[in-house]
Design a protein around this ligand. Structure first.
Ligand SMILES: Cc1ncc(COP(=O)(O)O)c(C=O)c1O
Length: 416
């Protein structure tokens, strides 16, 4: 038996006689609602309509730029950016994250309590992979961020969603958490400030959560990606500063707060005074080593971002506040929509109080008729029987006004 010559391989492909390759069945349920409708938007664009993309939380698409100091640091560390880096993150980046935790009022976090990832999304994916066997679950907030649900589906884990209370500024419904804990629950996830609602959890609400977690002996993973994007003087309370004994993992990223989503730089630090998370952390280390290296640019950027000047935050938040105000006002003026005021992040999650069957259908029809692309609430774990969509208020006021005019016109025409 000789080696098959190239020519024959080519012929095989060309003949179209090969069996279709079947992907793993566990990939079939993996979805990211925020990007699901982009192919339809592209068709709408081909038909000549200008699409307003209000579906993706990427500040760089709009009038935001990374602080110059981060770029300067990358220039100075060109060699480090080119090579492989430590799989769990460079010492310098992890030290910068530990110092950041300390400035947030959390004592006892050292660089050994930090793992850096290729973006916050990788932190979500690997932390779920390291924790969950098929059939097990973590409690997820509804509404919440679809990467968690997508990963749960991949891991063959059933969704277990607790509710945020729309009537109460989207705070955690602690009873819903208590009710949902079962024998297979391994952790509780919170997203604070929240994507998609823009809510920020109060200190009281966080204390109640810590008590419930303590009752059931469960660790909490707090996704604090938007920790610096806050309006109206709202206080952000890092969960690890509230918990004494309950183990906390805090997930962060410089994508949004430092305007570098393309650098792929995120982390998890733990506050774990009794070492309950030791084995779990080691499991995450193993998964990090499996993918060999971190992203060099991201590592340099983390240190520069967290230790550098922070003037951009004030500017960014001031700009976003105007856009938040406009969004909140216009959404509540449109008949059939109502919206809780976002206190953080850059998303609003209006409720659709109109006779519709599904918010996905609503959003697709809105897109086809008006070219405005928003994300359906379905699939984010929203309360049954309610309909919502998520809108990103990163764009300048002119673009937002244009989008609200189109949404208002659409609703007037369709729902007389
Ligand atoms: C709630 C939440 N967590 C984590 C992330 C991850 O961001 P990145 O992977 O860019 O760090 C995002 C991004 O949109 C997010 O909204």
């Amino acid at each position: 038996m000789g080696v098959v010559p190239h020519k024959n391989v080519f012929q095989l492909h060309c003949c179209g006689n090969m069996k279709k390759v079947v992907p793993a069945s566990r990939t079939l349920g993996v979805k990211h609602a925020n990007r699901d409708l982009v192919p339809i938007a592209e068709q709408v664009e081909v038909s000549g309509k200008k699409v307003l993309y209000l579906n993706i939380g990427d500040p760089i698409v709009f009038d935001f730029r990374a602080p110059e100091s981060i770029w300067q640091s990358i220039e100075q560390h060109r060699r480090e950016c080119e090579g492989y880096t430590n799989a769990i993150g460079s010492n310098a980046a992890r030290q910068a994250i530990a110092d950041y935790a300390k400035r947030g009022g959390i004592n006892g976090v050292t660089k050994d309590d930090v793992i850096s990832f290729v973006g916050g999304n990788e932190a979500i994916i690997l932390s779920m992979q390291a924790l969950l066997n098929p059939g097990e679950n973590v409690l997820l907030p509804g509404p919440g961020y679809p990467v968690y649900t997508g990963e749960m589906s991949f891991l063959e884990c059933p969704l277990n969603v607790y509710q945020l209370d729309e009537e109460n500024d989207w705070q955690l419904d602690v009873d819903s958490i208590r009710k949902n804990v079962n024998k297979k629950t391994k952790a509780i996830v919170i997203i604070n400030p929240n994507n998609p609602t823009g809510s920020v959890l109060s200190r009281k609400n966080l204390s109640e959560l810590v008590n419930v977690a303590g009752e059931f002996d469960l660790p909490i993973l707090a996704d604090e990606t938007y920790d610096q994007i806050l309006y109206d003087g709202t206080e952000f309370v890092p969960l690890a500063s509230v918990s004494k004994d309950v183990p906390v993992l805090s997930l962060g990223s410089i994508s949004k707060t430092h305007l570098v989503p393309g650098f792929r730089a995120g982390w998890i630090y733990r506050k774990d005074p009794k070492g309950a998370l030791d084995d779990y952390f080691e499991a995450m280390h193993r998964l990090c080593r499996l993918r060999l290296s971190n992203a060099g640019i991201g590592q340099v950027a983390i240190e520069a971002a967290l230790n550098g000047e922070q003037n951009h935050v004030k500017e960014m938040v001031a700009k976003l506040k105007k856009r938040r105000d406009l969004t909140f006002k216009r959404l509540n003026e449109i008949r059939g929509l109502s919206c809780v005021k976002p206190k953080g992040a850059f998303y609003a999650f209006p409720r659709i109080n109109l006779p519709i069957k599904s918010d996905k259908e609503f959003v697709i029809d809105l897109l086809k008729e008006t070219g405005v692309l928003v994300v359906h609430g379905e699939g984010s774990g929203q309360k049954e029987g309610t309909h919502h969509f998520r809108i990103v208020f990163l764009p300048p006021e002119e673009t937002l006004s244009e989008a609200f005019d189109r949404i208002e016109g659409y609703i007037k025409k369709k729902f007389k």
